[in-house]
Design a protein around this ligand. Structure first.
Ligand SMILES: *Cc1c(COP(=O)(O)O)cnc(C)c1O
Length: 363
């Protein structure tokens, strides 16, 4: 089976972990500080705060930005549940704006229609590694005096007009094993705001910057030096990993273009799409329904993923909270998308097999 995702762990990561283990300093320490500095330089911001998951990064970023009870945060329903749940954790209310069909990302016009006097922040997601429309989103935020927290958990290295995802507002990243780079579990917050940096560092560690002096309510969301050691090495490889993903995506798109009922991913002008996922649409013109195609691809040894089969506003957790939104582009996308293997370990022969198989199944 060609897997839909595969972390690349080599001897240097293993060696780095062993070194930390031998040092005896295995919790948060100098490796974490080093990883924060290196990551912030890579993204092009002044500060980074390492945490133990992307979910923690989202929650802490929102809290550090002052989001809480009584506030509304406009976000996308076409994402992983953590995006919206992080808003619920703070006591604020997620408000869902529909996506643009071309990139699957939140639509700036839909954001404008979702803003109320209670809106405090916007939380765009750079879905599949394609940057959300950050120029337009930052203009809205400036005009309406809103904070911007970017869910860049799938977008390490993605750019709009040369500027990294995660450097426009407050950035949040995940280093889960399936992401473009990993630390096993892990996350990062990126910001140019010195105050956000200070507060986020405190929330990460029980609201304290001085040991056993607690100034606010925080958590234990710390990253370990073991994870940071992996992250430092993976960050060095990230651009190569992303290049390989982009080459694989180009190859797939050249091969799949024109197949009946298959729509290949679009890249908005000025954007670097780092293809965390390579996601096609299966439209009504296809001989097979989406779920049938997934099954047939599986029988041919091709692993696929559906991100996401149920939009967040349709999840029981949200319908039980009283959400009754109808988001037409989000709902169509959730019925049409299939993600195909695009990660750096997919071979040329495997790409050819994917293209040939889809050609046969749709021809
Ligand atoms: C992975 C992911 C998260 C959460 O990251 P974890 O490290 O799994 O907590 C949040 N948002 C999106 C879009 C993700 O893909």
């Amino acid at each position: 089976m060609i897997p839909i995702a595969k972390p690349i762990i080599e001897d240097d990561e293993i060696h780095a972990v062993t070194e930390v283990m031998k040092s005896g300093m295995i919790a948060e320490g100098s490796k974490v500080a080093n990883f924060e500095n290196t990551f912030s330089e890579y993204i092009g911001v002044n500060h980074a705060i390492a945490v133990n998951s992307g979910t923690a990064a989202l929650q802490i970023a929102l809290q550090a930005a002052g989001i809480g009870k009584g506030d509304e945060v406009v976000t996308s329903s076409f994402s992983f549940i953590a995006t919206a749940n992080s808003i619920l954790y703070t006591g604020a209310r997620p408000v869902f704006a529909d996506i643009s069909p071309d990139t699957f990302n939140i639509n700036p016009d839909a954001i404008l229609n979702s803003i109320t006097p209670l809106t405090k922040a916007l939380l765009p997601v750079h879905l599949y590694g394609h940057p959300a429309e950050m120029k337009a989103i930052m203009e809205i935020a400036e005009d309406k005096k809103l904070k911007v927290i970017e869910d860049a958990c799938q977008a390490h290295g993605a750019m709009e007009n040369g500027k990294h995802a995660g450097s426009f507002g407050i950035g949040t990243f995940s280093f889960y094993p399936t992401k473009n780079m990993t630390t096993s579990e892990g996350g990062m917050i990126t910001t140019n705001d010195t105050e956000i940096d200070a507060i986020a560092h405190m929330i990460r560690s029980h609201g304290s910057k001085q040991r056993y002096l607690h100034e606010m309510l925080g958590y234990n969301s710390r990253m370990t030096d073991i994870s940071a050691a992996i992250g430092l090495i993976q960050l060095n490889k990230l651009d190569d990993f992303n290049q390989k993903r982009m080459e694989n995506a180009r190859y797939l798109s050249a091969g799949l273009k024109g197949f009946a009922g298959i729509e290949i991913p679009q890249i908005r002008s000025g954007c670097t799409h780092v293809f965390h996922q390579y996601t096609i649409r299966v439209t009504g013109e296809c001989k097979h329904e989406r779920d049938q195609l997934v099954k047939l691809l599986g029988e041919e040894g091709i692993g696929t993923g559906i991100y996401y089969p149920i939009p967040i506003h349709k999840q029981p957790l949200y319908t039980n909270l009283g959400y009754t939104d109808s988001l037409i582009n989000t709902e169509i996308a959730s019925r049409q998308v299939i993600s195909l293997p695009v990660h750096p370990s997919v071979s040329m022969e495997e790409l050819d097999h994917i293209i040939k198989t889809i050609g046969e199944l749709t021809g």
